[in-house]
Design a protein around this ligand. Sequence first.
Ligand SMILES: [Zn+2]
Length: 292
Amino acid sequence: MRKSVSLLFFVLSGGLQAQTDYDAIRITATDVLPGIWYLQGDGGNIGLSTGEDGVFIIDDQFAPLTEKIKAKIAEFSSEPVKFVINSHFHFDHSDGNENFGAGGAIIIAHENARIRMSEDHVISILELDQLAYDETGLPEITFTEDMSLHFNGHTVQLHHFGPGHTDTDAVIHFVEANVIHTGDVFVRYGLPFIDVPNGGNLNGMIRVMHGIIGLADENTKIIPGHGELASRADMVAYVSMLETIRDRVYEGIKAGMTLSQITATEPTRGFAGGGFLNNENFTKIAYDSFFK
Ligand SMILES: [Zn+2]
């Protein structure tokens, strides 16, 4: 399993030559608002809330990092982690589940996330195995459309706007604080990965993005799945990119072109670069999205 995780890191990092050295990873914390941070190390951004009710986190990265993550949280609170919310089932966001679950945290996720975490999976394009978690790593509380937590003075709403990055996605909205953790529906590494075989699709991702944008205003602080803190305007630009590429691919499909013919028109022109997806593999994702 660790081998798979390292390979994912290899791919997500755009081709680092070495396997992940977890001993070398540092966990950093960035202030969002008083009592809310996001932590970065390796894998997806971790949302953190501390306060009178204790500690909860959104996502928990890779299992070898759990102790470092706990040590960073201890700088802000002496309480143990009470809840872990998973933004979706991918292991760069949820591989700490077994550790946090064994430590007494209650894991919350979309119903489909529990189902997918209960089974072995291959993550498409990356061709990586994600093996089933044991019982301690599985969500104990699941939801299908919406649910709310009332914790640390926040109303924390979890929304599932339908399939997007996967069919397990949760958007986490701190209503009064005006903070949203988007999971991997919104990322800042370039063209986004969409896990089509595991229920994601481009049109869905666009629909979910409009749902998130509808929750936001110009003051909303957006914690993306990967990358730095963002704004509503950043999300508007991102969804515009997705729509432009989607429309270019659809024009090709309507004209009866094959995938390779559409790829040759470079539907991602003007946008590609920065991440591990390129014109070829992102066009395939967009194309496949029309046939799922
Ligand atoms: Zn993901």
